[in-house]
Design a binder for this molecule. Structure first.
Ligand code: GDP
Length: 297
């Protein structure tokens, strides 16, 4: 995912650490290259600019350039700053699902990986967290979607809400809530319908569902390969319905990583998980420390 960025930064820092003594000007030149590398990785312009500015403020001046290993100091500052933009000021990415039954609303555009991620997360909550999970598809526009979730449920051993023809999304959501309460489930996950583009009808329906169940978590599932577009989609969903976190899918692909780096800074919302493949166990928690380490090789 971050191969190109990692390689580019590696080159810049190799030169910097080999140099021995560093002037403020050397640091500035290196940071200009860092900025270009970030932009090429599809990090949004204001984020790249702020990032370089923050590093520059810490890395120029006496303390760093006069130290014995100035290059390494700069690398350390970049590492810390990377972690900072990945983590943001907010809380870590754990899900708030204590009060049973806790509703999790899954939202996003069609094809982003919503249904797959619903299954992956349900499996994870069941196997790793020992939760009893109920899944329900609210996609009344594609009957196959409800079937798809039911089949997925059977595969991973997670219950799905029985399909009743003719119900609205809100009616299905209310029935899921009722069944989750009566059935003693810890969590119920609502896989909402996606659209190819954000439209009013989609947003209105998701809002109605949100108001009907008052979700503990509203997770936006978005294709990480789409870079800055993923961040724009997140901003729109957040503005309209309020999301609590993001799942970036297809992070196993050869995307440039920009979405991961810009998401928190632009939207203020944490990336909670990343999808690393099509299989049901290909879901990882997003750990800023590890990601920063991976980027810097
Ligand atoms: P939805 O329309 O948003 O519900 O999307 P789906 O869950 O049906 O996923 C669309 C396609 O993306 C399917 O072929 C999935 O297997 C695939 N997919 C989902 N997540 C990932 C991921 O993290 N990595 C890869 N490589 N494929 C994924």
């Amino acid at each position: 995912m971050f191969e190109n960025l990692s390689e580019r930064l590696g080159g810049v820092f190799d030169r910097l650490t080999k140099q021995g003594a560093l002037s403020d000007e050397d640091v500035k030149t290196a940071l200009r290259e860092v900025r270009v590398a970030l932009l090429e990785a599809d990090v949004s312009l204001p984020v790249a600019r702020d990032f370089v500015k923050a590093v520059q403020e810490k890395a120029t001046g006496q303390a760093v350039t006069k130290s014995i290993t100035p290059g390494q100091q700069v690398v350390k500052i970049v590492h810390d700053e990377l972690q900072h933009i990945l983590r943001g000021e907010g809380e870590p990415g754990e899900l708030k699902i204590d009060n049973a039954p806790a509703p999790i609303l899954m939202v996003g555009l069609q094809g982003g990986g919503k249904t797959t991620t619903t299954g992956k997360l349900a499996k994870r909550l069941t196997e790793k967290n020992g939760k009893r999970v109920l899944m329900a598809s609210l996609d009344i526009y594609r009957p196959a979607a409800q079937q798809q979730l039911a089949i997925l449920g059977t595969q991973i051993g997670v219950d799905t809400l029985p399909i009743v023809a003719g119900e609205s999304a809100v009616q299905i959501a209310k029935r899921a809530k009722q069944q989750a309460t009566l059935g003693g489930y810890d969590v119920y996950m609502l896989d909402t319908a996606g659209r190819l583009q954000i439209d009013e009808t989609l947003m209105k329906e998701v809002e109605d569902v949100r108001d009907a169940v008052n979700p503990r978590e509203t997770l936006l599932v978005v294709d990480g390969l789409t870079g800055q577009v993923a961040v724009e989609v997140a901003e729109e969903f957040d503005g309209k319905i309020g999301i609590t976190g993001v799942v970036l899918t297809r992070m196993d692909g050869d995307g440039r990583g920009g979405a991961a780096l810009s998401m928190r800074a632009v939207t203020g919302k944490p990336i909670k998980f990343v999808g690393m493949g099509e299989k049901m166990d290909a879901l990882e928690t997003f750990e800023p420390e590890r990601v920063a380490g991976r980027i810097l090789g």
